[in-house]
Design a protein around this ligand. Structure first.
Ligand code: C5J
Length: 230
């Protein structure tokens, strides 16, 4: 099924059978108090605005039969996949691997590492565990997308300027066309959110396109409903 999504700098034609929704790092460690995001001194409540729009798009993507992929940033319990340079970076209140209120910070299998209940993956939806900021680095995401014949990605998640931006750049270099849904993404820094989106769509969509949840919902509606005014 074909659809057009309104986006900047221009609308994008989608083949929905070749379009996946990717939800990046909507984990308790980033969105809830006591996790990795808060250890870095951030106000994690700022990410909450993305949850409802993201949930609406997730529900619509599932109803439209899109491939839905979730990612989680985190490390093995023995930290063998965590570069020292990452663990030692900055002056967080707790470092990666330290015991926090939601378990060890950014460690796979711990409560804080898991996806928030509102956006929890359904049985069968692929979850990509990634050690880095980009979802293609040291994962099988590219193989999975190619095997499903995916050409377009609708992108949601946190944070806009870090894992969303890095993943979109990686995807773009691999030939995927990314449409980032602005209100389904968030940052601890509203100005970085804005500039992160501006960078993606600048210069004629240098890395990708920027749209929003209402445009995505319109594009994902069954064709018979698209003509009906709401
Ligand atoms: C960060 C992410 N900000 N998911 N991770 O460290 O954006």
């Amino acid at each position: 099924m074909r659809a057009t999504i309104h986006a900047e700098p221009e609308a994008v034609a989608l083949d929905l059978a070749r379009t996946a929704l990717i939800v990046i790092d909507m984990q308790r460690d980033f969105l809830e108090p006591g996790g990795f995001g808060e250890t870095l001194g951030n106000d994690v409540s700022l990410l909450g605005a993305a949850v409802a729009p993201c949930k609406a798009v997730l529900d619509a993507a599932r109803a439209a039969g899109l491939l839905v992929i979730h990612t989680r940033e985190g490390h093995r319990p023995d930290l063998s996949d965590a570069p020292k340079a990452k663990i030692e970076r900055g002056h967080p209140s707790m470092r990666i691997g330290a015991p926090g209120p939601m378990g060890r910070i950014l460690i796979r299998g711990e409560p804080g590492h898991d996806i928030i209940p509102e956006l929890y993956p359904l049985e069968g939806e692929p979850v990509i565990d990634k050690p880095g900021k980009g979802a293609f680095y040291a994962t099988d995401l590219d193989a999975l997308l190619r095997n499903f014949g995916i050409q377009h990605l609708l992108v949601c998640g946190v944070t806009t300027e870090v894992c969303v931006n890095t993943t979109v750049r990686e995807a773009n270099d691999r030939g995927y066309r990314c449409v980032v849904l602005a209100d389904c993404c968030a940052s601890y820094f509203p100005e970085f959110h804005a500039i992160g989106l501006a960078m993606i769509k600048a210069q004629g969509a240098i890395f990708g396109w920027v749209s929003d949840s209402s445009a995505a919902l319109a594009a994902l509606k069954p064709p018979a409903l698209r003509l009906v005014k709401s």
